[in-house]
Design a protein around this ligand. Structure first.
Ligand SMILES: Cc1cc2nc3c(=O)[nH]c(=O)nc-3n(C[C@H](O)[C@H](O)[C@H](O)COP(=O)(O)OP(=O)(O)OC[C@H]3O[C@@H](n4cnc5c(N)ncnc54)[C@H](O)[C@@H]3O)c2cc1C
Ligand SMILES: *[C@@H]1O[C@H](CO)[C@@H](O)[C@H](O)[C@H]1NC(C)=O
Ligand SMILES: *[C@@H]1O[C@H](CO)[C@@H](O)[C@H](O)[C@H]1NC(C)=O
Ligand SMILES: *[C@@H]1O[C@H](CO)[C@@H](O)[C@H](O)[C@H]1NC(C)=O
Length: 507
């Protein structure tokens, strides 16, 4: 009997799934690819430019990387991620990428269906996660091939469809549709349940299981994948109860309940905008995302002749807002806390040649502001705090030196970073962080994991990947998929629930 049959989806049954993945962005998609049984082998004749790594790969040539010792393989690797498995996977997929050498991947992918692990990927929107929420015409920060997921080159996918891919950087719209298509092309769709929102994850003992739970529509788990828990093969001592709802066609919410032996947190860290915590921040002209600005421009609520838009923040999202304003000739007042010489500014880390538009913004930011802003399209206020927003569409700025400044503005965009929304976990997942007294965030307080298995150090059978553990870039979040799959496969093999010897079906 298959684990989930289509017939059971609509029935009132409670369902056990070995792995539930929360979040359907690049992290969840890449993990689903490996969990489905796609295995990376050293391609025959491939030469990795790192000879130490090459020799290690030769030793394990008959085994997939998933089945090898990741700690051994990744030992001594260095690069722009602090996670060793992320560095390993990156250098196997894009050897020497930091030097822009065009080495081909040393990996060859084979589908071993019998080694697949049944799983469900839940996500609020379409597969692609945060990429569907971004403004479509923006260029990515990363080079094209760093946005790729294993086994499908952006170049091969486009097939001439997107003109812009001739450049080194893709648009966010292109990347979003690549991820959506990837799920279909790789045959992963049956594991994905779109338009679902997880509202609680809690640990339960077997005998507390609720009698009834519904499976959201459209999940189908392949009948060839092994069934992990049946009443006779021994149930694990505890399971995670995953509750949530699915938005269906008519806009209504249908609740569901699943039981999972393992939960993977792949929610990204963009769901909750950071706030200034100042007076008036809830006034209706104060926004915390760029889409509000785009809407205002489209509906002509702001324009060339209106009071300036206040942009708060010195990151790339704030820079995007400045660029958007510039395109529409909307005057901008730009306030940020850092000094323009602060080495931590993101602009200092982006090569000028590749990112001319961001350097244009940075150049403007470096030109100090003037009190009279009414005749300028752009005014910069570095080392400046926001004191308050006032109901008559005014805002008070406090520069480090000098007096407070009161400005009339048409709207305010507070773009100072984001947090994940982990309200579905107890204490909003705080107990999982490196510092349990602070909320989880990508840079300041990532989730504490074992760097090789990606399992939370504070909670067994809960894994985390992507920005949640500090790997913000698609280039490196793929490491989580390798680490988690490797860990789960090894555990199942120990329990005799997956076949141990190598061998592959049709590739
Ligand atoms: C403006 C911008 C530009 C960027 N540019 C680049 C770039 O050029 N290169 C690069 O590598 N990276 C870039 N990034 C970072 C990139 O977004 C991340 O690297 C990547 O999307 C993270 O993937 P993820 O799958 O971990 O999370 P996400 O892509 O954030 O996807 C997670 C999804 O899970 C959903 N989710 C959260 N909670 C729940 C829940 N309870 N139930 C169901 N679903 C839930 C979220 O809403 C989201 O849709 C950029 C980010 C932004 C904001
Ligand atoms: C956070 O996520 C929960 C679901 O887990 C949702 O109900 C809630 O509205 C979200 N909060 C915000 C501020 O978006
Ligand atoms: C942007 O902000 C507005 C108002 O604060 C909110 O209604 C909207 O959902 C937000 N959009 C996104 C994409 O977060
Ligand atoms: C300011 O905006 C006006 C109107 O669009 C435009 O003509 C002018 O070139 C802009 N000036 C600068 C310095 O960007």
């Amino acid at each position: 009997m298959p684990l989930l049959e289509e017939a059971t989806l609509l029935g009132d049954v409670s369902l056990n799934v070995p792995v539930v993945v929360i979040g359907n962005g690049p992290s969840g998609i890449c993990l689903s690819y490996l969990l489905s049984g796609y295995r990376p082998f050293m391609a025959s004749g491939a030469v990795h430019p790192n000879t130490i790594l090459h020799n290690k790969l030769e030793e394990g040539i008959h085994f997939s990387v998933v089945d090898q010792d990741l700690e051994y393989l990744s030992e001594g690797l260095e690069g722009r991620s602090s996670n060793p498995v992320a560095l390993l996977f990156d250098t196997l997929l894009h050897p020497e990428a930091d030097f822009r050498f065009d080495y081909p991947s040393v990996l060859q992918w084979k589908l071993e269906k019998h080694n697949g692990i049944p799983h469900v990927v839940l996500g609020k929107g379409l597969p692609g996660g945060a990429w569907h929420m971004m403004e479509g015409s923006m260029l990515t920060i990363s080079l094209n091939n760093w946005m790729e997921l294993p086994g499908l080159k952006l170049k091969d996918w486009t097939n001439g469809k997107w003109r812009n891919l001739m450049n080194d950087r893709a648009t966010t719209e292109e990347v979003a549709s690549y991820y959506k298509d990837y799920v279909k092309i790789m045959g992963l769709q049956k594991n994905f349940i779109d338009n679902t929102c997880v509202t609680s994850v809690s640990k339960i003992q077997q005998d507390q299981k609720c009698a009834k739970g519904k499976m959201p529509k459209s999940a189908k788990i392949d009948s060839t994948t092994p069934q992990l828990f049946t009443p006779d093969n021994g149930l694990p001592p505890s399971l995670w109860e995953v509750r949530g709802y699915q938005r269906i066609g008519d806009g209504s919410h249908v609740p569901f309940c699943l039981y999972a032996e393992n939960v993977v947190l792949a929610t990204g860290t963009y769901d909750l905008p950071a706030r200034l915590g100042v007076e008036g921040e809830d006034l209706p002209f104060v926004f915390h995302n760029v889409s509000a600005f785009e809407l205002a421009v489209q509906s002509c609520k702001v324009g060339q002749a209106s009071d300036p838009v206040l942009v708060v923040g010195a990151g790339l999202t704030a820079a995007d807002a400045v660029l958007c304003a510039h395109r529409h000739s909307v005057p901008v007042v730009h306030a940020f806390r850092k000094s323009v010489t602060d080495p931590a500014l993101i602009f200092k880390q982006l090569p000028k040649k590749l990112y001319p538009e961001y350097h244009k913004v940075y150049h403007k930011m470096c030109k100090q502001g003037y009190i009279n802003t009414s005749h300028s399209n752009y005014t910069s206020f570095p080392e400046t705090r926001i004191v308050s927003f006032l109901p008559d569409m005014k805002c008070t700025l406090q520069p480090t030196s000098g007096r407070n400044i009161v400005l009339s503005i048409s709207m305010a965009l507070v773009l100072i970073g984001t947090y994940p929304n982990l309200s579905f976990l107890k204490e909003h997942g705080k107990h999982l962080g490196l510092d349990p007294s602070k909320p989880i965030s990508c840079k300041q307080n990532p989730i504490d994991i074992n760097p090789y298995t990606f399992e939370c150090t504070k909670e067994d059978n809960v894994f985390a990947m992507g920005p949640l553990i500090g790997d913000n870039f698609v280039r490196f979040l793929k490491g989580g998929a390798l680490g988690i799959t490797s860990c789960l496969v090894k555990r199942l093999k120990e329990k005799g629930q997956l076949i141990s010897e190598t061998g592959s079906d049709d590739g």
